[in-house]
Design a protein. Sequence first.
Lengths: 222, 796
Amino acid sequence: MILQLKNIFKWVNSGGNRVFLLNDIDFTVNEGEFISIMGPSGSGKTTLLNVIGMLDDFNEGEYTFLDEPVHTLKEKHRARLYKEYIGFVFQAYHLIDELTVYENIETPLLYKKHSSSERKAMVADMLDRFNIVGKKDLFPSQLSGGQQQLVGIARALVSSPKLILADEPTGNLNSTQGEEIMQLFKKLNDEGVTIIQVTHSETNATYGSRTIHLKDGLIVNN
Amino acid sequence: MIKNYFKIALRNLLKNKGYALINIGGLALGMALVLLISLWVYDELTFDKSHDNYDGIAQVMSRKTRNGKNVIRYSLPYPLGSELRANYGENFKHVVMSSFHGDNVISMDDKKLSRHGGFMESGALSLFSLDMIYGDWDALNDPNSIVLSQSTANSFFGADNPLGKTMKINNKLNVSVTGVYKDIAHNATLNQLDFIVPWELYAMSYPWVKAARDTNQWDNNSYQLFVQIAEGKNMISVSNNIKKVIFNNIPEYGKRDKPELVLHPMKNWHLRSDWKDGVNVGGFIQYVWLFGVVGLFVLLLACINFMNLSTAQSEKRAKEVGIRKTVGSSRYQLINQFLSESFLVVLAAFILAIGLVFLVMPLFNQLSDKQIVFPFNSVTFWIISVVFIIITSLLAGSYPALYLSSFRPVKVLKGTFKTGQSTTSFRKALVVVQFTVSVILVIGTIAVEKQIDYSKNRPIGYDMNSLIMVQKTTQDYDGKYNMLRNELINSGAVLEMAESSSPLTDVWSTTGGFEWEGKSPDFITNIATISISHDYGKTVGWDVVDGRDFSRTFATDSTAFVFNETAIKYMGLENPVGKIIRWNNQEHQVIGVVKDIIAVSPFEPVLPTVYTIKYANTNWIELKLNPEKSAGVSLAGVKAVLSKHAPHVPFKYEFVDDTFAEKFEAIERIGKLSTIFAFFAIFISCLGLFGLASFMAELRTKEIGVRKVVGASVFNLWQLLSKDFVKLAVLAIIVATPLAYYGVTKWLNNYTYQTEVSWWIFVIAGIGALGITLLTVSFQAIKVAATNPIKSLRTE
């Protein structure tokens, strides 16, 4: 078991009413799973992903990540956890525009204690693995969407996380590019990386081992 | 890691060139100004410090009580020096009597030069710790010696060793060179001291000095006295110990003034030279602090711009912050990143600032009358610079760093991130501060200029056109008045000639002891006494308002008095013409009253003044040049005549209007400096305003797009966007007005003759601030308002 959510609630107060973004979420993820979260707009998919990624708070419930009770941890401790074990992939890639491909992939390593030669080796390995060695000195704006997402994934993977959180990773891509990315995820999952993705696409969901459907913050089937 | 920070900082700067220009340029201007001001303040604060005994040196002054008021005098009696040495010796290391320094003719063979110097007791060299190139501190022991400054020695002997060479002073006394000292530092009171001759020579060369010495005149104050207090003594106790020395020795009538000796320490000579009611009350030091504070404010303005522009960039940087946080950056690391960015900017600005300072140094020196050299090889300077850079980086970078690093990744990455209202108001507050400072500086500058204008327009009481003065440094012209006058007038070079004891632009002597009918016995008179020749009035063109001018047709005029109007008021005389005044046991008839002549300070009341005919007493020749000839031709004519009668005296003259204009130099310098400061402050504030305007426009892009779609014109939008800034400018004006009013009123109190603080000064400054605001903001506003709304709405 890599993480477990128990009775997670998250709400906002709007005009005196409590609007639930997450409503009594119970949910366990085991190592090696590839989970797809689906649901209509506003159903709380991204919120759930952010809660799992510890980027967002929740109001009630228990969240255990690798046997650590996240709900009791301090911000600093939490940051250490996700820095160590979680990699993020975004719909809009979110690469730093002012950095080259190489530097973007290197960034997570800068925030860990890696020597310069270690970093070089790890980034080179990623470039190699994704076949983008020739693009390492280009800036994000010089790449196609698919290539940018490739860099985004490489960045997420460079520090060998246990869990990849992907928020509609193919949402901004055409179908060919999207399929390539999904194949890549499949391959990574086969290599043992746990993946949770948010997606609108039934096709993409089929790559996963399990699908969770959300509606109005509630899990409607599991 | 640091490398990565700098890399991204550099790329960010290159990407946003305009922003980088405003940021680095503005900061560089601010820093350049701070550097200049710091160097200037340092130069002022180290004034006179080139003397090793800086802490122990003092000038002895006397405080006298006249009609209930205390006055301070530099001039002291001859026997005071020996008295202090003989009976109060344990207080002093050195007691050095000195003449007042002035221009004297020094000559060797045919070469003659006019140089500034004086007679001093031999301890002077050691007291002022002069840096001797030839000879030593005993060089003045021989009464027939002269000690020269290096530059004076150079102009006579070049690089040769001048020791033992014989020279002449004032074409009369033979002296031999016994020492040469390095020129005294530019920022020293004695900077102009070109030579020193022994004190003994003073009495030997002037009968009145000899008389003062031989008859032990305690009531003739014509000399200065410098002392160095003994080790372990302090100024106050020594000052108290010698307080009564004059009082105890002066003849009975002099005791009425209750003379007291006061020590004026060297550290106060330059910066605290003002006395009010006999108490040292400060002086130039107030400008030193004022400009120091202004410098800091200008730097603050530049730092505020940095903060403003950095936070205005926040939306652009927010995404980066979000990404960095999700890939594992801690807040602390982000703070470090933004601080190193600000460090980079500050460093670039500093390098630019040093370049700027280096470029404008000559101009600045000229404006401020300084000889400041950029301290490139001073380790202290560089250490302070590093500290300065770090402090500025922190000052400018801390807020953006804290603010930017606080972004929550979920928010900023969702794309819905908008900078909050709170930071906008913080930014607005900063802009108000900037404009307040600028408006205060502008009002101050206008007030200074107005005061200059006001005092320049004060009627001076005579006609200074084509009027020159020549000081009689030797006795070559004595007894030749009529001959000189005839020759000069006949040559056609001058229209009229006169002589006087004081120059037109100063009062050299004031005396008391005037008695008249109806005078209260308690009234101790003190009246400026100027001895003149008969033609003085005609030469200077004074204005007789009552009675008549001196005339050769009345033999009795040799004892007659002409007063100025202030003197008549001062004495309380009604119908003064014809009245008899007793003075020095003689009766003098008042024959006329003239309009006040501003001789001393254009900012102070004119001294009550009496003019008498006394040819033997004159030191100055006044000449009215012939206006029908060019000044060059007339001067050549004057030179020919004067040189004929005194071939060894170099022809040295001054135009009265030039000398008079020098009285405004100090205040004009202040005016120039404050103009520069105000200009910089406004410029930097405008940069800040421009930055804020671009930011606000960007923030409201969507709103503007919507408004445009529903039919707003460019003019409507311009109004909308400018309105906010006009409000800020008005607020700044409201805050600045009372502060500036207070400051200006306080400053004007330095001057007895002061201009009014008129309302229009504030109106002009206000309208100016508003105009500049509109101009700066409009550029952005119109640009945004003219943008196609499809662009701004597409992203939603």
